[in-house]
Design a binder for this molecule. Sequence first.
Ligand code: SAM
Ligand code: SF4
Length: 340
Amino acid sequence: MDPTVDTMPLIDPFLRKITYLRVSVTDRCDFRCVYCMSEHMMFLPKKDLLSLEELDRICTLFIQLGVRKIRLTGGEPLVRRGILDFIGGLSRHLGSNALDELTITTNGSQLAKKSKDLYDAGIRRINVSLDTLDADKFRQITRWGRFDQVIEGIKLAKQTGLKIKINTVALKGFNEDELFHLTEWCHEEGFDLTFIEVMPMGDIGNENRLGQYWSLDDLRSRLETRYTLSDLAERTGGPARYVKVAETGQKIGFITPLSHNFCESCNRVRLTCTGELYMCLGQEDNADLKSLMRKYPDDNSKVIEGIREAITRKPKGHDFDYSRQKIDGQVARFMSHTGG
Ligand code: SAM
Ligand code: SF4
């Protein structure tokens, strides 16, 4: 590489190296999950979104600065027009070994149509969000989603050779009774499974967050009534911790921002679809990289300066807290804007 190119890694004030970028490529979605969006969401004007060229530019700069993994999310990343070409372009960095992994988190609605193209574009692993295996409950939780379409998409993705991890938000009174069914189904299908605690993000109208919250400590104890779980050392630099199920050999993850936080090993930052860089999912502080990119269309060093300055502001951790039986640390923006 050209020695004048700045490739100094991004290290934050707590000496955490930033190697993982999550990118929300759109705030739009074809579902309206009750914990994520209100039913009548106002979406952003298109001009406010980063163009695909701008997204490629900023991702490439992060890779230059040592990011090794990029996850595309949203909103629903697969509803963004041109996304497959964008992914195909970005995967040149996989080919050059500058990037270890390019992956997506999806609601699965487009997988029946797009799995093969995703594979051809360089994607090998995907996370699919699925909170229930019951078609009626699926409609209830996603408001607009079609269960059969998602299951068909997952089936095709598997046939295409994509490795699948299912993400399930643990919701009190909603999927408690499906804990074992979901676990067995993932085992039969050969999917990893991760449970997520519901986080206080965005105003979701009449839905009650405290009412939705099901602690993963409790979920884990219930799993242990049937299975032997042993902690795995595996770490992804995020809030997930993994166990192995002795009886089935499968891996289960727990994302517990509420009951335990693991901010001390956080290696990630998040770019919104409007080009703000959030140094922490649970804090409001951000850096406006879109303005910098638009002000300096031909000068990457100015954008890099902006990225470096932002990283000096990465906080020690988030303040989400339900422990006092009220919601503390809520952030105003929706998960779909920042990218879950
Ligand atoms: N639409 C895609 C999907 O559903 O997978 C990607 C974006 S979605 C915001 C990413 C993940 O965030 C999903 O697994 C979703 O269940 C999760 N999520 C959304 N709102 C959440 C909240 N308030 N608390 C915890 N997880 C949430
Ligand atoms: Fe859409 Fe994903 Fe949010 Fe559901 S969780 S509304 S699928 S962005």
